[in-house]
Design a protein around this ligand. Structure first.
Ligand code: PEP
Ligand code: MN
Length: 337
């Protein structure tokens, strides 16, 4: 249920409605938009009692939310959310470009690639220090050492940093070094991890699981939001289908549908979404046309030697070209890169 307050309702009246909601044993989630103040009624109890709030003087209407997610829903928050990552805004007019290698391999490697992606026009740097690898024998990441190298790359280039978390216990160390935390596809429905990251308050990129429906994906985001962390960016990175010529099937319809259903920013990862270097630029163009707020792209200057995901990584000059192509589509969409 959401309670839409009348436009001229006072702070005091908003407070009164919130305390009535809480008295009935629900949680109230306040959302102040430019136009309207909305109060979400959160909880698993039957909410029929809330219907009577419609008769309060300060209340315009009481509307049921039929979707399985609440705080993430459009009804709850009419304006699109903009997530601010240390000054880089995700969800505004400008398309956010995040780029970097799959894994942090050494200090020189990450600093070198950071400079390359910055020169080409990226606003944020990616690089995994804790890698969720399919095989336990594959490179698992440099862990805290890798975070230190990312921090060094940030210091040299000014790029904001995003890196993946794979274990709850690593939250405290991650927040010391990075600007944004990524929850990878394999942990999309790791609810304990979602809650921990929610409690950290850090901006989060939540990637869609490889077998997660759009509704399940937004409900995963709801776990983070319901811990009081509003800074969630959703990332479409492909789902697993019968198709085996690409690594995953990039579901761009998810971008358009999430934009209908939710106010959260949506970005696209065409690197994992296709697994094929040649497809990264075409899918980046398509992502912007579908309404994406940003791209996260793997870039490596020696992809043939990369510790992970070399075949899907763009070289820096290809990345530069990719950005130019993206700029054309962004202009057609009334946006910039
Ligand atoms: C990654 O970003 O390197 C990664 C492992 O992505 P995903 O979780 O989408 O597979
Ligand atoms: Mn990767």
């Amino acid at each position: 249920m959401i309670i839409v307050m009348k436009q001229n309702s006072s702070e005091e009246q908003v407070g009164e409605v919130i305390s009535l909601i809480e008295k009935l044993g629900y949680k109230a989630h306040l959302s102040r938009g430019v136009e309207r103040t909305i109060i979400g009624v959160i909880g698993h109890k039957d909410k029929s009692a809330i219907q009577s709030f419609a008769s309060l003087d300060s209340v315009e209407s009481v509307i049921p939310i039929l979707k399985p997610f609440k705080i993430a829903s459009r009804e709850m928050h009419l304006e699109p959310t903009v997530v601010d990552v240390g000054g880089v805004k995700i969800g505004g007019e400008r398309i956010t470009v995040i780029a970097g290698p799959c894994s942090v391999e050494s200090e020189e490697q990450i600093v070198r690639i950071a400079h390359a992606v910055k020169d080409a026009g990226a606003q944020m740097l990616r690089g995994g220090a804790y890698k969720p690898r399919t095989s336990p024998y594959a490179f698992q990441g440099l862990e805290e050492e890798g975070l230190k190298y990312l921090a060094r790359a940030k210091k040299e280039t000014g790029l904001k940093i995003v890196t993946e978390i794979v274990a709850i216990g690593d939250t405290d160390v991650l927040v010391k070094y990075v600007d944004m935390i990524q929850i990878g596809a394999r942990n999309c429905q790791n609810f304990a991890l979602l809650k921990a990251v929610g409690q950290s308050g850090m901006p989060v990129i939540l990637k869609r699981g490889m077998a997660t429906t759009i509704k399940e994906f937004i409900q995963a985001a709801e776990y983070i939001l319901s811990e009081g962390n509003p800074n969630v960016v959703l990332c479409e990175r492909g789902v697993r289908t019968f198709e085996d010529s690409t690594r995953n099937t990039l579901d761009l319809s998810a971008v358009a549908l999430i934009k209908e259903w939710s106010h959260l920013p949506v970005i696209v990862d065409p690197s994992h979404g296709t697994g094929v270097r040649e497809l990264v630029t075409p899918m980046s163009r398509a992502a912007i046309a579908a309404g994406a707020d940003g791209l996260i792209i793997e870039v490596h200057d020696h992809p043939e030697e990369a510790f992970s995901d070399g075949p899907q990584s763009l070289k820096p000059d290809q990345f530069r070209e990719c950005l130019k192509e993206m700029a054309k589509i962004a202009a057609a969409m009334g946006r910039t890169v």
